[in-house]
Ligand binder design. Sequence first.
Ligand SMILES: [Zn+2]
Length: 269
Amino acid sequence: MRRRILQIAGVLGLLAVSVAAAILFACPYCRAFASRAVATPLATFYIEHRWLRYAEGAFLVYYPAGGAIADNPRAWLKPRLDAFQANCRYLGVDCNFGITFYVFDSREQGARYGLSLGFAAPFLRRVYTSCNQTPGHELTHVIVGQAYQDRHIRSALVREGLATLLNGEDWLDFDRASFESVRDTYLEASDLLGMNFWWRDVDYYIAASFVRYLVDVYGLEKLKNLLGQGPMDEKTAFAAVYGKPFEGLFTEWKDRLKKKGVEAGFADQ
Ligand SMILES: [Zn+2]
């Protein structure tokens, strides 16, 4: 009997390993997630013991000696502090916390540590970034993660859209890039939701343009309500907050984008 149980356990174990391997093989996002889960704590431990550290208030910056920001880490941090204050103000969040930045010279250097830059660990208030990434994107993930905790909506579209919108770049560029993307590729409403966002490799500019449309047309308070919808199904969350199906919002956004494209003169470029 005992042998029989061991045999069954062995078969089930092999099956589980095979399924996990198949998922990791077939899904680049899952592979990145799994490698990040293992590499991040190891890299963090190493960096905190070997790299240089600059502190300003509750903010910490780790950077390699002789690296791109080694001459003046303060100058690198300054636009991040500005973006932090501006984004906290914009979102009406009481930001009485700091962020720890791990600043790599390049994405390639991050890859040598097993990290796919940049990304944030919002609950740990950490940002892993290359030195030339836009100032506001990753820290917006931290601000929103801290503000909403486990009520934060599980929507890549909303999370990445907002972080890209508040990354410090010109807003019109998002609409231009989205217009060209929508014109050149066939995009359905469902492409933006759930894991499809990652499977279809949806451009972050599209997400930013969509979130900006929500703010412009329906107001910031509704977006903040959406951000706090927790693990609810995205479609249900959109319908609960905006009183209409996601597909309707998607069509409105696309129509507005076409109109803006004509008005701004980039429709026929
Ligand atoms: Zn992001």
